[in-house]
Ligand binder design. Sequence first.
Ligand SMILES: Nc1ncnc2c1ncn2[C@@H]1O[C@H](COP(=O)(O)OP(=O)(O)O)[C@@H](O)[C@H]1O
Ligand code: SF4
Ligand SMILES: [Mg+2]
Length: 325
Amino acid sequence: MALLDVENLTLGFYSEKNKKWSKVLNDVNFSLYENEFLGIVGESGSGKTILANSILNLIPKQGKIVSGSILFKDRDILKLTEDQIRKVRGKDIAIIFQDPMSSLHPLLTVKDQIVETLQAHRLIKKSDAVEIAMNLLRDVKIDRPELVLNKYPFMLSGGIRQRVMIAISISCGPEIVIADEPTTALDVTVQRDILALIKGFKKNLNFSLMLVSHDLGVIWENTDRVVVMYCGRIMESGKTEDVLRNPLHPYTFGLLSSIPRKTGKKLEILKGIRGSIPSLHDFPEHICPFLPRCDFATEKCNRPLLLEQVDRDRFVACFNKGAFK
Ligand SMILES: Nc1ncnc2c1ncn2[C@@H]1O[C@H](COP(=O)(O)OP(=O)(O)O)[C@@H](O)[C@H]1O
Ligand code: SF4
Ligand SMILES: [Mg+2]
């Protein structure tokens, strides 16, 4: 059963400079099922962060939902009052950001931040909350939790900060965790540990994860299904194994060709995708947005794109699906 249904979500941004509205998310549709790990992948600027934040109704000032709904257990998140959404944030749906420094309070110790979150959502004595905080730090594999509890964020390494952030995110037993590039700011070795930690939780804790990353390797190793985004739209979605082993969209094919591969002792970078993603206010709206960069475009691509179902759990938005095969 779907835990979260994003339906026809369109979000506009107003530019004072250009004096116009542009669609930063355009008719986005997908579901997140119970206990699954869903990947959201696409180049930087595709709209992944805006999408992740919209799920908690964290929309920047210049943004406006034009249409659509975000159903969490049959309640439309977009229609909740500020009080109602505050109860959902942190408790039912938690978010881990790329940079834990920006989401942790710089003037509060780790203990105070975890205790504050616990007490905001649960009727619990402070001494019990401190005990839980200690156990949470153990769960995220912090060796000396008693030392870390009394530290301020700036006193911790990036990896420990992110572990603290993960501890806070799971502290109230959320049903959904959204992790937006959770390892992008970390060293490669730390990245691997943090991803292993998140993956390990899948076995013990009962939550669904939305893992947002520009890195196809991260998505491939850690998710069950994937949504590929470009210019605020879904280009392709389906089981991760199917989509990445057998891509049907030229954009997914291009992303896969951009991953360096090892052949013998050489590191080979295949062709990749030419050009770069346009800025938000130049996102093409009435043609396939990938057309200017696509090697497989034909005349029929000069019309509005539709996401079509091609198999039970497979959707593709391309007029020449699989043309590169
Ligand atoms: N606060 C903002 N103000 C104006 N434009 C923004 C803002 N946040 C994001 N954008 C623009 O929206 C588009 C999508 O951004 P984002 O969701 O951050 O992409 P991603 O997470 O995939 O890198 C980009 O073109 C970006 O420049
Ligand atoms: S619709 Fe056309 S331009 Fe767009 S990705 Fe498919 S082939 Fe390329
Ligand atoms: Mg982002």
